[in-house]
Design a protein around this ligand. Sequence first.
Ligand SMILES: [Zn+2]
Length: 111
Amino acid sequence: MKVILIIYFIFIIKERRKTLGSFTDQKPRYATEKEINFNWGDAPKGKKFRCYLCGYRFKVGDYWRWVYSHRFINFLVCEKCDGEDVVERWISANEEAKERFWWLWERQFEN
Ligand SMILES: [Zn+2]
């Protein structure tokens, strides 16, 4: 089952590369109308096209960057939150969320 999921995610990333260009190169980008309305994370109309650290919802022309996290999920970051230590901050934010908001994450981290 896990292998099928991995193949599925590779397929999704390849399809997105075709649609949006290779955003997985982790280079800074500036939001386009297409990206704003794209079904990020399978949510309609760019509902998840937001900074994963501060929650900011990107608008056309905004700086954004896709970041490979090594741990937890890969994420998008805004200009304000981006920086050399963004991955470390992402990991601590996840650990803090698991600790502080355990009731919210209970199901997600059960396995
Ligand atoms: Zn942010």
